[in-house]
Write a protein that binds this ligand. Structure first.
Ligand SMILES: Cc1ncc(COP(=O)(O)O)c(C=O)c1O
Length: 304
């Protein structure tokens, strides 16, 4: 993978307070391997390809709407690498075509293996079996999170991010927030907004980053992937006011909680906050399909 020669914009979100809020549009790094996914995969893939495998093959894991699955499939297509997705939920076996994320991954050439939720939870044994079955494959964990992923996240930071007091990101498997924590400046504080109700994340992030300069907030509205009407309203208002599309699972929930914290005076006056837009916009069509079935308001998609 080569780093695209684009400069990622940092855009101000104007506030009526003595606090500065900016968003770094990491989602623009690549049209399909977007945001943190690009950086989490960067060292994993390049290290694997340096070994010049005869038949490069990537196996990874994800749920039906996984941004990571979409990104890995796109990467496979771009780099000419075969990919296999281990997908949570055996019920999808006969209806994956109706799921926009899996249909997209399939058009990129990804093959699927559907497993039960119990099998999926037992990822260690699943990974061991896969490693035996495909000894030359690169097996990437769920969400792409490992030490190589953490290393890649350093590229989300640069000269332009050094002066901010707070660095904010949505949290799924913890690799992104761990990378920000590991590579942040001494004076910076890292805030992670959990899209998953997982009490072990705090320890996992510390294991990966080795630093205690972060705090995690519960931003999941009860469970992973839950989309409340308040969330939809927030995302639609945000794109209307600021011209930036957010997703309903990660960035929308993060931004909504940042706004709430600002309102509650969590951030001291004169501080500056940088929130990372980590992508995830491919998930909107799947979310809207589900919302439509439930006769609920839809997420407006900005024209790009
Ligand atoms: C859009 C988006 N934001 C944030 C995250 C959370 O990243 P991590 O799993 O590294 O915590 C993900 C998952 O990769 C994601 O797809």
């Amino acid at each position: 993978m080569t780093i695209p020669e684009i400069s990622i914009p940092i855009t101000e979100i104007p506030l009526e307070k003595n606090i500065k809020l900016f968003i770094k549009r990491e989602d623009l790094i690549h049209p399909e391997i977007s945001g943190n996914k690009f950086w989490k995969l960067y060292y994993n893939i390049n290290q694997y390809l340096e070994q010049q495998p005869e038949h490069p093959f990537i196996v990874t894991f994800g749920g039906a709407f996984s941004n990571h699955i979409a990104a890995v499939s796109a990467l496979g297509k771009e780099q000419g690498i075969k990919t296999l997705g281990i997908i949570r939920g055996e019920e999808l076996e006969n209806k994956w075509q109706e799921n926009p994320t899996l249909a997209f991954a399939h058009t990129n050439g990804m093959a699927f293996r559907f497993v039960t939720r119990a099998e999926y939870r037992n990822k260690e044994s699943l990974t061991r079996d896969l490693q035996k079955e495909f000894p030359n494959a690169l097996i990437i964990p769920e969400g792409g999170t490992n030490h190589q992923a953490v290393k890649g996240i350093q590229h989300m930071l640069n000269e332009g991010t050094k002066s901010f007091d707070y660095l904010c990101t949505a949290v799924g498997t913890g690799g992104t927030v761990a990378g920000l924590s590991k590579f942040a400046e001494e004076h910076q504080h890292v805030l992670g907004f959990k899209a998953v109700n997982d009490p072990t994340l705090e320890d996992e992030v510390f294991k990966l980053s080795g630093k205690k300069n972060f705090n995690l907030f519960e931003a999941h509205d009860g469970s992973y992937g839950k989309i409340t009407n308040e969330n939809i309203r927030f995302i639609n208002n945000f794109s209307e006011y600021y011209g930036i599309q957010l997703d309903p699972v990660y960035t929308g929930k993060m931004m909504r909680l940042i706004f709430k914290l600002i309102k509650e005076d969590f951030f001291p006056e004169n501080t500056s906050i940088l929130a990372f837009h980590t992508g995830g916009l491919q998930g909107i069509s799947g979310a809207n399909r589900m919302l439509e079935e439930q006769n609920r308001p839809l997420i407006k998609l900005m024209k790009s």
